[in-house]
Ligand binder design. Structure first.
Ligand code: SAM
Length: 390
């Protein structure tokens, strides 16, 4: 594979946090689904077989400080855009993880071409220690981890995956095909549970009315397609208005987050990254909505000693927090206007990053990180596979 010039040493290409007005103009949760990737990626990663444009590519590579001979983990391999850029540095080894078997299958050709530098592993990034062990990487010896959250353009664009109201297909939404599908959830969960999913994961104000409409509609026949669900939501909220997100955006995103346990996965993945990184190693995370970003933000705040548990369980002894990370992109970075213009999916992106200290990894407290607790919903999620596979 031809080498590409090294990335610039600092990230002048990314912007600091936007003003309140700019924030107000950001898309609501899940609104990025309306975006269509119209631009090609940078020339170096352009590839007709890679329809997903990597977001904040230069900032990711620069903040990772990719160095020759380093070992990196891409926990969200997708179409391999970030992975390729990391692998452009000579002698780098990369473990590419994705829970979607299709993403791993698509990466096989690249892995063969770069053998043995790219090791692909199908599974969840919360299980990255297992992937590293299979790749023969010693614990605590990783130089960098990147997580580029959410779904890829390929997943959204294939109607058969059932992620999008823009493409009619079976109501599925599972990234790895494991556990209950979105159709299972909308056809079996009680009204109160459905409303909680829509309100908490979709920040949907009309959650109760939509849940009621779903329950009424399924009494006649099961809801099996994305088109049927979108029509139910539109029946409650009214049709899409010009300049606004599709009314089903929040409902679809809520179900996707729930079906894939995305927020729990994120918290567990951050904690796994903390365990595998060596002192000086870097963790870079790109999130796409406020629920994800809050967890990443709180993780770095807690791990760098700026967020302390307000109600420690072991009073009166409050343990001193030894920072496990140094925040290296305090406040977060957002893409430049040019990137957003070229790739509307980048519009809601926010990047946060930290550098690992030598302190031992901390225990994970999902509630402290802001992972919402949906009491009684575990039943709907049973059946997830534990292990990953190559
Ligand atoms: C936004 S895409 C990543 C795109 C990739 N960075 C690129 O440049 O092509 C997100 C990918 O992460 C995967 N994914 C999401 N959550 C995951 C998890 N918990 N574990 C492993 N893969 C995950 C999805 O299947 C999807 O392929």
């Amino acid at each position: 594979m031809p080498a590409r010039p090294a990335s610039p040493p600092q990230c002048g290409f990314a912007q600091p946090v936007p003003s309140e007005r700019e924030k107000a103009e950001r898309p609501a949760i899940g609104q990025e689904e309306n975006a269509t990737a119209t631009a090609m990626p940078s020339a170096a990663v352009a590839d007709a077989a890679m329809p997903h444009v990597p977001v904040m590519l230069q900032a990711v590579v620069s903040l990772l400080q990719v160095r020759p001979g380093g070992v990196y983990v891409d926990g969200t391999f997708g179409a391999g855009g970030h992975a390729r850029a990391i692998l452009d540095t000579p002698d780098v080894r990369l473990v590419g993880i994705d829970r979607d078997p299709e993403a791993i299958a698509r990466g096989r050709e690249l892995a063969a071409a770069l053998s043995p530098r790219l090791f692909l592993w199908q599974g969840r990034f919360s299980q990255m220690e297992e992937a590293l062990s299979e790749a023969g990487v010693a614990p605590g010896s990783v130089d960098g981890v990147v997580l580029d959250l959410g779904v890829s353009s390929m997943q959204l664009d294939q109607g058969g995956r059932g992620f999008s109201f823009l493409h009619d297909g079976p109501l599925d939404m599972r990234m790895d095909g494991e556990g209950p599908s979105a159709a299972d959830v909308v056809n079996t969960a009680d009204e109160e549970t459905l409303a909680a999913i829509l309100r908490i994961y979709g920040e949907e104000r009309r959650a109760r009315a939509i849940a009621r409409a779903i329950v009424r509609r399924r009494e006649k026949a099961p809801i099996t397609t994305t088109g049927e669900l979108a029509a139910i939501v539109t029946g409650v909220l009214g049709p899409k208005r010009p300049g606004q997100a599709h009314p089903a955006t929040r409902t679809f995103q809520a179900l996707r987050i729930h079906v894939n346990r995305e927020l729990e996965e994120l918290a567990e993945g951050l904690a796994a990254a903390e365990r595998v990184l060596k002192p000086g190693g870097r963790l870079v995370v790109v999130s796409f909505h406020s629920l994800e970003d809050r967890i990443v933000k709180r993780f770095f705040a807690q791990r760098s000693g700026r967020l302390v548990d307000p109600a420690p369980r072991h009073l009166p002894v409050v343990p001193a927090v030894t920072p496990t990370f140094r925040d290296i992109a305090r406040g977060g970075l957002v893409p430049e206007a040019a990137e957003v213009a070229a790739n509307p999916r980048a519009r809601s992106a926010r990047l946060r990053a930290g550098e690992r200290t030598a302190a031992p990894a901390m225990a994970l407290d999902p509630q402290l990180l802001g992972v919402p607790r949906l009491a009684g919903l575990g039943r709907l999620r049973k059946g997830g596979r534990k292990g990953g596979r190559r």
